[in-house]
Design a protein around this ligand. Structure first.
Ligand code: PLP
Length: 404
């Protein structure tokens, strides 16, 4: 099992080192960062988006929005990520959303509001985005790691269930579970329909003896097949009325809006009362931390997604990025197999993770050859296919093998 003793900003620092080496004129392979780059090294920001951003300079873009963000933004964003069926749930009062400071804001806020006033434990995946432990520590919350994978490489539900039982025995009143799906960071794993169904069944059953909160961090959802949204939607609808699910969505990866800091949090439950209560807490948490979301970014997105042909064009753009990633992944996976690298189960998305005895040492050895890959645990090296140009992917697996 991985440990998570890697500083939450380790990858960002390594990315800076890679950029510096590049500025010094060195021929760098930068596979550190979860940002999508095209093969010419540029970000895939659509021209339509650039134009819209450049005209969103009116008073209404600079002024304070409401704490939750404009309805036009929230509705269009929900529709973008989950389609009309989730909008229907909103009309029934079973979903409320707020604009957030990226996906980080949505995850952080849901960790906070799902745990206020209850002795709470947060369960995070054994391989995970290093910001999860950081967020828990920021709120002085205990966190434990569930095994992301069972021994056969499928989703580690049994570990979640045994952690929930243990939490109950240890006197916790609430367990908040973070699931990062699809395109899990750092492994690229995406749960299948059966795994989602089994998770829901287990959580519904556990909710008879302990409060359960489910955070679904779907920052990379646009890079998975369409059917994966359906798995999440169905799962959320089947959760019983004691459980609140928090959908953490982000436009960072989708539109390369990394620095614009805009995302949203969808709070959903079969209990309208719980949705109302948690939504009120989310507004207070937002007000107390970032105050209001980015008005200019929300207005731009609302306008872009509100126009049908722009909406379709943007979907095509994201699909093109998805195809680039799939191509990079197929080259890397084939060569990794030839080089006999040991990979964690990959399905889609930005990252592939290699198991190795000492990831920090291997990362340093590779750095000496101007190959920058982030250790995400003491025994795991992450390859961010998103930021490696396609021609640089060939040969990378064998270079890693040599470094190992
Ligand atoms: N969740 C995961 C798993 C991530 O990897 C990231 C970014 O790297 C985020 C959420 C949030 O990103 P942002 O705050 O930029 O939307």
């Amino acid at each position: 099992m991985a440990n998570n003793n890697i500083p939450s900003d380790a990858i960002l620092s390594l990315n800076q080192a890679a950029l510096q080496a590049k500025n010094e004129g060195r021929d760098v392979i930068n596979g550190t960062i979860g940002m999508m780059f095209l093969d010419d090294g540029s970000l895939p920001v659509s021209e339509t988006m650039k134009k819209l951003l450049s005209v969103h300079t009116k008073d209404d873009d600079f002024s304070y929005p409401s704490v939750g963000g404009p309805k036009a933004y929230l509705d269009s964003a929900i529709r973008w990520f989950f389609g009309d069926s989730l909008i229907g749930r909103e009309e029934e009062g079973k979903l409320k959303s707020i604009g957030t400071m990226g996906g980080t804001g949505a995850v952080s806020s849901s960790v906070r509001i799902s745990t206020i006033g209850k002795k709470s434990l947060v369960l995070i995946p054994s391989y995970c985005w290093p910001n999860y432990p950081c967020i828990c520590e920021n709120y002085l919350l205990e966190h434990r790691s569930y095994d992301l994978f069972a021994s056969d490489g499928s989703f580690g539900l049994a570990s979640i269930v045994s952690h929930i039982k243990k939490a109950h025995k240890d006197g916790f009143e609430n367990v908040t579970i973070i699931i990062n799906d699809p395109c899990h960071n750092p492994t690229g794993y995406s749960m299948n329909e059966e795994e989602w169904d089994n998770l829901v069944e287990a959580l519904n059953s556990a909710s008879s003896y302990i409060s359960i909160s489910l955070i679904i961090d779907c920052a990379y959802i646009d890079f998975a097949p369409l059917e994966n949204r359906g798995f999440i939607l169905n799962a959320v609808k089947k959760l019983n009325d004691k459980i609140v699910a928090y959908l953490a969505m982000s436009f960072s990866k989708t539109f390369s809006f990394y620095g614009l800091r805009i995302g949203l949090l969808g709070i959903t439950s079969s209990s309208k009362k719980l949705v109302d209560e948690q939504h009120k807490k989310a507004l207070i948490a937002a007000r107390a931390t970032w105050s209001v979301p980015n008005h200019m970014a929300m207005n731009t997105i609302a306008e872009a997604l509100g126009d049908e042909s722009t909406f379709v064009g943007l979907k095509e753009g994201v699909n093109a990025d998805k195809n680039i990633l799939a191509n990079r992944a197929s080259i890397f996976l084939k060569e990794a197999e030839e080089s006999k690298l040991s990979l964690l189960p990959y399905r889609n998305g930005f990252f592939v993770t290699i198991k190795c005895p000492d990831a920090i040492k291997t990362s340093k050895t590779l750095q000496n050859k101007d190959i920058f890959l982030g250790p995400v645990a003491s025994d795991c090296l992450r390859v961010a296919l998103s930021s490696i140009l396609t021609p640089q992917v060939s040969g990378l697996a064998s270079a890693i093998k040599v470094a190992l």
